[in-house]
Design a protein around this ligand. Structure first.
Ligand SMILES: Nc1ncnc2c1ncn2[C@@H]1O[C@H](COP(=O)(O)OP(=O)(O)OP(=O)(O)O)[C@@H](O)[C@H]1O
Length: 578
């Protein structure tokens, strides 16, 4: 057996970029991309990507160079997922909701050679470039992506995307991939808990993740995929490459607004879309009337933040079929998926929603996923109660953080990647996230997972959105502080009512000591609640000193998942109140 060597015929480096020449050969005449009045076929998309790749080479882009792009979900953004690696370079997609300083930080850290900028973001890009220039750092070549449907003429420098496509040679020789471990993309984390880190994916990891996510979500032939999830978010959770693998249609829209989403669904027969749970509110905004017009149920893959069971229930009621996944930038998007079991179909909708709000089981590209005691790395029992840190290992885990040895050594422990999320394992093996370790509230020595309190708040009939953070408390150390948004703005929501509701549905120590009504919960570009902002607000609401109460400290010690030792109390004492 050992004498059988690898040969070019039986060993080809895995790369998701290879899905495109196959799509050209197999689905050449089928529609690949729709944007406004623009339509391409897979043959056209393939030719355009080859042209752009050859233009990048003629601009001097070489193997492993970084090419950055700041753009919404437009055809150019889709094409660059193939064209940039076809030129041997690494694609870096930048979150369009960042400010100039953050964009400059990414351009500087990634040492981008070329920077593509959608015409709508020219102002943001030029401010960022100015910061880079003022720092005396290398300024990348800049190319504008004009609107392909209704050109605007906006420019930033000489280069323009369509010009580069037009002048490229579709027959030019492109570098071949020698090693599947080579980098394909560079994505920065959302920066929810710390400064954004540059996560590098390999061709191999991206290929395997794409395949396994298509399977986890059971994406069949000829999907019509609506781009509501930004492609800059983990390369659209790999569905950029995945649509080429299935010969699907990519329906591109600039903004995920209710009217645009429902129009696209009706016009193009959308079958699939991905989104953060916050987009459910947009789908619900469209209302049952809009959803009733759905000719067939639309499959939705959601993740990036916890979808409260009550919200899942509401969106399923109006005709969306939701699959729930959990993931991180470091895991090439979804790492766990709540694989559905046919026997659950017989359950009432609220119970189905509760089961579905769990994060689930590992996707196929992972070798394993587990929940472990952060200190001893012993697995927690499958009791749905004992919390520990969610850990992952397998081929979809990033190569590592770019130029960040400290973060790399914190993130990898032995054979595991540490997620920094706290969770439990249920008796059926399904993992449920309880919190980010940094968001766990420690009240009088008890751990309170903010997500558990949020789940109850979402069940309150007057509450449309909610988030819970720690508020300093002179006696308990921390107590939960809730921020809620009223479902009916005119009718509002009453603090006492919410507190009474919480008292009925949760242990007393978990009940928020303060409920604040907001117009909107602050979220970042990836739909994650900006808990740091809420914590600041909660600090200002903290009660002044109260007379000390007696507490009796038990001797048992519980270990909770600690984010690489950063959580202030990774080992807490169980405290019972007198
Ligand atoms: N289905 C889900 N349910 C609950 N939380 C989720 C889910 N999916 C993702 N998350 C949260 O999102 C996190 C991953 O987010 P992402 O990689 O986009 O950046 P970030 O971790 O927010 O940024 P940073 O590491 O810079 O703070 C996970 O660690 C988890 O806390």
């Amino acid at each position: 057996m050992e004498q059988l060597p690898k040969r070019p015929a039986n060993y080809v480096p895995l790369s998701p970029v290879g899905f495109l020449p196959r799509a050209n050969a197999v689905y050449g005449d089928r529609t690949s991309v729709i944007y406004g009045r623009v339509r391409f076929t897979w043959s056209q998309t393939y030719a355009r990507c080859r042209r752009l790749a050859s233009s990048l080479l003629s601009l001097g882009v070489r193997n492993h160079d970084v090419v950055s792009v700041l753009a919404p979900n437009v055809p150019a953004m889709y094409e660059m997922h193939f064209a940039v690696p076809m030129a041997g370079a690494v694609l870096n997609t930048i979150n369009t909701r960042l400010d100039a300083r953050a964009v400059a930080g990414i351009l500087r850290h990634s040492e981008a050679k070329v920077f593509f900028v959608d015409y709508q973001y020219v102002r943001l890009a030029s401010d960022a470039l100015q910061i880079v220039a003022d720092e005396g750092r290398h300024v990348p070549l800049v190319a504008v992506i004009d609107d392909i449907d209704v050109p605007t003429g906006v420019r930033l420098g000489e280069l323009e995307y369509e010009g580069l496509v037009a002048r490229g040679d579709p027959a030019a020789e492109l570098p071949s991939l020698a090693d599947e471990w080579d980098a394909v993309t560079l994505n920065y984390t959302s920066g929810t808990t710390s400064a954004p880190k540059g996560v590098v994916y390999s061709h191999r990891g991206a290929y395997l993740s794409t395949m396994s996510l298509l399977m986890s979500w059971v994406v069949g032939d000829e999907p019509v995929y609506l781009w509501t999830l930004p492609m800059f978010h983990c390369n659209g959770w790999t569905f950029t490459w995945g649509m080429a693998a299935r010969g699907g249609v990519n329906v591109c829209i600039r903004d995920a607004r209710a009217a645009d989403i429902y129009r696209a669904i009706a016009r193009h027969g959308v079958t699939h879309l991905c989104c953060a749970p916050v987009v459910f509110n947009i789908l619900l905004e469209g209302g049952e009337a809009a959803a009733k017009q759905l000719a067939a149920p639309v499959h939705v893959l959601t993740g990036g933040a916890p979808p409260p069971a009550a919200l899942l229930e509401r969106v399923e009621r109006i005709g969306f079929r939701v699959t729930h996944a959990y993931g991180l930038t470091e895991a090439t998007g979804p790492a766990l998926a709540c694989e559905w079991r046919a026997q659950w179909d017989r359950l009432p909708l609220p119970e189905r929603a509760r089961l579905k709000s769990r994060q689930g089981v590992s996707v196929l590209s992972l070798a394993d996923a587990d929940v472990k005691d952060a200190k001893t790395m012993a697995r927690v029992p499958r009791d749905g109660k004992t919390v520990g840190e969610i850990v992952l290992r397998g081929s979809s885990i990033m190569k590592g953080y770019l130029n960040n040895p400290e973060a790399n050594s914190d993130a990898f422990k032995g054979e595991w990647f540490l997620t920094g999320d706290v969770g439990v394992v249920h008796a059926d093996g399904y993992i449920e996230i309880k919190d980010r370790s940094k968001d766990v509230i420690i009240s009088g020595g008890e751990n309170i997972c903010s997500k558990e309190v949020e789940e109850v708040l979402f069940q309150h009939p007057a509450v449309a959105d909610a988030a819970v953070v720690a508020m300093p408390h002179p006696h308990w150390g921390e107590t939960p502080c809730a921020f809620v948004v009223a479902r009916d703005k005119a009718a509002g929501v009453c603090e006492d009512d919410v507190v009474a509701f919480c008292r009925k549905h949760m242990a007393r120590f978990m009940v928020p000591k303060k409920v604040v009504v907001y117009d909107a919960i602050p979220r970042n570009g990836n739909g994650k609640v900006e808990k740091n902002l809420l914590r600041e607000a909660a600090k200002k609401l903290a009660p002044a000193a109260v007379p000390a109460q007696k507490t009796k400290v038990k001797t048992t010690t519980t270990t909770v998942g600690g984010r690489r030792g950063e959580h202030p109390v990774a080992h807490v004492m169980a405290v019972s109140r007198l």
